[in-house]
Design a protein around this ligand. Sequence first.
Ligand SMILES: NC(=O)CC[C@H](N)C(=O)O
Length: 305
Amino acid sequence: MIDLQNLLDDVVGDIRPLIGHGAAADYIPGLAAVDTNQFGIAVATRGGEVYASGDATVPFSIQSISKVFALALVLAGNGDSIWKRVFREPSGNPFNSLVQLEHEDGIPRNPFINAGALVVTDRLLTATDGSAAEAVRRFMRDESGNPGIESDAEVAASEARNSHRNASLAHFLASYGNLENSVDAVLDAYIAQCSIAMNCTDLALAARFLASNGRKADGTSFLSASQTKRINAVMLTCGTYDAAGEFAYRVGLPGKSGVGGGIIAVMPNNCTICVWSPGLDRSGNSVAGVAALDALTMRTGWSIF
Ligand SMILES: NC(=O)CC[C@H](N)C(=O)O
């Protein structure tokens, strides 16, 4: 048995020189103000044991990590029909790029770039009669056991004031007939789900279904084993945008990042990992977070390969 607690403390020591490297996302002013000298890591086992080190109980903005949970809720409720409206190929482009969407007739490359996530949120809005973000928050609360999880109204308002790119993507989708709800409703729901504030421990706990063949914390089935495998596959190929190849090379696990500096990673049938540090690289992935996952997987030998 590995001593996970010691190991996590060692990983924090390994990557300490990188904490504070990179820049906080500045296109959402509410995120730019966050102190980049923070780092947290948490591992949740399938059975619900948690090991954590650093700032693992400090809440941060989950941003694009919410896209995994929205997709999971859509697949659980509506099955595979979403795949008619969004592809499953890596984009090789920045997460908020507009160009590909026109070339590919309004069908986004994958559900984890912004265009694809807007389509997924649109479906979830229809399926939940307008309460898509609340469905994501409820899932987070139930699976982490923390009833206090909320969206951060200030971050949401700040993103809403600066959402010209996402509004453009949404209008583009609508022009191709790939939205069921109004552009405003989809943007509101998307921004609300992105602005959910959570800490590493709660996110690692909430993501456990990805390491448990789709089973929830209470043991009931949420997704089938093959649906879960497929979400993990799309995370591996598309979860860190145009750096997905490098992330797979360094970490060897499915992962999903957000511009708040968080990343979740999955060791199937074993555990989930959440790291957080706000300094981002050029692709929008946490510098210290990726380094920590690299160090952790090197030390444990965890890999899907
Ligand atoms: N990569 C991200 O985390 C991006 C999410 C952010 N809310 C956006 O839409 O730009």
